[in-house]
Unconditional design. Sequence first.
Length: 343
Amino acid sequence: MTEAQAPARRGLRAGRPAGLGVLLVLLLGVVFLSITQGSREIGLHDVLDALRHLSAVTTDDTVTVRLRVPRTILGVLVGAALGVAGAILQGLTRNPLADPSIMGIESGAALAVVLGITAGGLTAIEVHVVLAFVGALAATALVYGVGSLGRDGATPVKMALAGAAITAGLSAVTIGLLLTDLQAQNEFRFWQVGSLSGRYAPIVTGVAPVLLVALAVGLLCGRPLNALALGDDAARGLGISLTRTRIGLFAVVAVLCGAATAACGPIVFVGLVVPHVARAICGPDYRWILPYCLLLGPLLLLGADILGRVLGSPGELQVGVVLGVLGAPFFIALVRSTRLAEL
C-alpha cells in the first residue's frame, strides 16, 4: 500500500461504523413509512394510537396492527436474510453474479409447493410456507451433493454448475406439473410472484425464530469468508478446513433463503444487488459487508414494497414485480462493468 493510499484506507475504516448508523436511521424511517403508507388512508394519530395499544378496535387499528405491522416485520427479516445470504453465497463461490435463485433454492421451494397443490390439494398459505421451506432445504442438499462429487470436492465452479443444472431440472418438472393442472396454476401464481402482502402474524412468528438464529450465525461468517477470498491454498494455510467451512456456509445460506422464500415466495435481485452496494460502501472486508447487507437488504425490500403500494394505488404492485423492474438495469450495468469482466 502506497503512502497516497494509506489516508484513504484509514478514512474508509473510520467511516464504516458511521455508515452503519446512517443506514440504521434510514431503515427506521422506512419501517415507519411502511406502517403508515398504504391504499387505505389512515391518519398519523390513528397509526400511533394503534401501535401504542396494539389493539384492533376499529378498522384502522386492524389494518395497522394485523396487516401492516406483520408485513413490515417480515420485510425486515426477509430483506436482511436475502442480503446476508447473497453476500455469503458470492463469497463462498467467489462469483459476483451468484444469487440464491441460481442455486436451486427457489426452484426447490417452488416444486414442493406445486406438488402440495397438485398431489395433496393443499392451498393454504401456511401450508405453502412449510412445503417451500422443506423443498428449499432438499434442493440445497441436492446441489451440494452433486457439486461435491469427484476428487476435488465442492469447488466454487462445480457448485455453480450443479446449481444451474438442478435449477433447470426442477423448474422443468414444475412447469410440466402446472401445464397439466389449471387449478394448480391459479393457486401457484400468487405465491410465485413474490409478495409481502397477505402474510399475517402466524407466518411471521413461524419463520422469525429461524431467520433470527440464522442471521446471528451468518454475521459470524466474516472471517472464514475473508480467508476463502484469498484462495484455497491461502485459506488452508490459515488453518481453515475447506470442506467443513463450505458445508457450514452453504447450510446458513440454505436456511436463510429457504425460510425467506417460504414466507414470501421468490424475491429476485435482493441477494444479487445488496452485496455489491455494500462492497462499494465499506470495501471488500466481509466482517463489514455482512452487517451492511443486514441493513441494506430490508431498505431495498421495504422501499420497493412501499413504492409498489404508491404506484399501484388504490391497489398495489407486488414487491417481486417492483424489484424485477428495478433490478434488471442494475444487473445489465453489472454485466457490462469493466471490473466484473476482470474477475
